[in-house]
Design a protein around this ligand. Structure first.
Ligand code: APR
Length: 265
């Protein structure tokens, strides 16, 4: 297991030595909240040892521009190359585990009546940790769908020689992720906007807040009276707009926050 990763058993709600001073107003607010919406980005997976999309373009893959590996045009040009790139990324994901931040969000969901987790991450780590009400805005790298008829499948045969085909229509299968130039899945986006607007507290965690339309969700929340909380390793364009900015690692701050809110476990 890479350093910096944690198992569910490591979420200890009794020992408490907070990494930062958590504002008491925030703790009170979270405890009282009935509707919390969370948006996560690449930073939430960082402590699992996963590199971001751009960082993962190392070695053999460094010669390609992101659009050459993640766009419908690239897939039409060379589907086998795209399959190889995603197979490589899937292997990297299989080698990592959710971190303490992922597990803290699972704990928070258990205690908040209406809890929505919106993620831009395609790594599936929130699901692996045990989060339930998840909206995957950019898809999931561990799933594939048919590029022709759209049928989803969790199972496919990859012989590394040819591109796997759809059992229904024999079209080429592709990863179920949103590529450059493609719209976000409509249902997920609509539900994400709805959950953001309806939230009492909105957390923006480990996201640079510059990729649209996910970045607008925080504003949708704020315009409807939600309290904004940012957890990020460094300030972002959203920071001046938030009510609480907690700077540091989400894998440390989130477990601290959950322990501070529910010390009895
Ligand atoms: N804890 C909290 N925040 C962190 C941590 C950490 N341990 N490590 C890094 N961060 C923050 C960085 O400071 C940065 O603001 O996470 C953010 C990551 O930003 P991006 O790499 O831009 O990722 P994200 O906002 O998720 O980008 C959205 O863009 O490249 C595409 O498909 C990709 O879905 C992704 C989308």
């Amino acid at each position: 297991m890479p350093s910096g990763t944690h198992t569910a058993g490591e979420f200890d709600s009794h020992s408490f030595d907070s990494v930062i001073d958590l504002p008491i107003e925030l703790i009170r607010l979270v405890i009282r909240s009935t509707r919390i919406t969370v948006l996560t980005g690449a930073g939430a997976s960082q402590e699992s040892g996963l590199r971001t999309f751009r960082d993962s373009q190392s070695g053999l893959w460094a010669q390609y521009k992101p659009e050459d590996l993640a766009s419908p045009q690239a897939f039409a040009r060379d589907p086998k190359l795209i399959w190889e790139w995603y197979a490589w990324r899937r292997e990297a994901i299989k080698a990592v585990r959710p971190n303490a931040g992922h597990y803290a969000l699972v704990e928070m969901e258990k205690r908040i009546p209406v809890f929505t987790l919106i993620t831009q991450n395609v790594d599936g780590l929130h699901r692996m940790a045990g989060s339930r009400n998840i909206l995957e805005l950019h898809g999931n790298i561990l799933r594939v769908r048919c590029s022709v008829c759209g049928t989803f499948t969790d199972f496919w045969r990859d012989d590394h020689e040819s591109v796997p085909l759809c059992e229904t229509c024999h079209g080429m299968l592709r990863p179920d992720v949103v590529w450059f130039g493609e719209p976000l899945p409509r249902k997920e986006l609509e539900e994400a906007v709805k959950a953001s607007r309806a939230s009492e507290v909105f957390f923006s965690i480990g996201t640079s807040g510059v990729v649209q339309p996910a970045a607008t969700l925080a504003y949708a929340a704020r315009n409807n009276g939600s309290v904004l909380v940012e957890i990020n390793a460094e300030p972002t364009p959203l920071t001046p707009k938030v009510d609480f900015a907690l700077h540091g690692r989400s894998g440390e701050i989130l477990p601290d926050l959950v322990r501070a809110c529910w010390p009895q476990g």
